[in-house]
Design a protein around this ligand. Sequence first.
Ligand code: HEC
Ligand code: HEC
Length: 227
Amino acid sequence: MANATMAAAIAGAMIAAGPPFALAAPAADELATGKMLVDACAGCHGTDGNSAGPAMPSIAAMDPLVFVDTMTAFAHDDTYSTVMGRVARGYTQREYLLMGEYLHGIAYKPAAQAPDQTLVQKGAKLHERYCENCHEEGGKPIVEDEDYYILAGQWTPYLKYAMSDFREHRRHLPRKMGRKLDDMLAAEGAGSLNALYAFYAAYADAERDNDNDNDNDNDNDNDNESE
Ligand code: HEC
Ligand code: HEC
């Protein structure tokens, strides 16, 4: 009896803290299963988690623990979603782990956007001052690290939705992030958010410039289908 209670308490604590076995590397056949599971997400999140945008976030290279936490929160309606609650309820915790491990290994392709260049520099300074403490290296996926969220190269419309979800209390806003955000908006005005978005969107250009020896000629012959 006492033992059962203790076991339950330990199990509860492990779930709360994030179980240590979450990081155990899956075997090769399990990674294949991870890929198969993630293939079902391609309609919205793009092939291998690199979204064609604009409102669907890229999920390639996501931190696996953040991924599992996010899916769990969607499934339990602990965080706001339009469609992901329903999607997430279709999978087990084990399947979240497999998908998360698989996505973690996928190369992230920053979304090609066209930010207002005059805002990019301003956004870089704002990021450094108000956000970099927690979103390191400009919010890039730092795959060898833990607990990162992807901001750099993420689709701007998605980031805007995420930000309104935080600010309108549909999504839990970490207290210190809320404080930084308030400080920034008070000191720099509402336009500061647009400068940040421009900075995050500019990451695709920065990557391309770093990548001189790439072979894709990226000829942009799409005819701007705005309506
Ligand atoms: C019908 C479109 C659709 C499908 C299919 C879909 N998603 Fe999503 N996903 C979204 C949208 C939209 C959001 C933003 C949250 C919301 O409004 O539901 C999102 C958000 C997410 C996020 C949060 C990303 C972040 O940066 O916080 C994760 C993780 C995710 N989806 C994983 C998946 C996985 C894994 C699958 C496949 C099993 C999947 N999604 C299938 C539309 C979809
Ligand atoms: C004290 C640490 C901290 C600071 C400072 C901070 N953040 Fe965050 N941020 C977090 C955490 C933690 C999360 C994950 C929240 C959750 O659990 O959903 C997050 C999530 C986000 C997300 C959602 C990402 C996604 O994938 O959906 C955005 C967007 C974001 N932060 C933007 C910012 C911006 C812009 C700033 C600067 C004004 C900032 N943050 C400052 C800790 C911080």
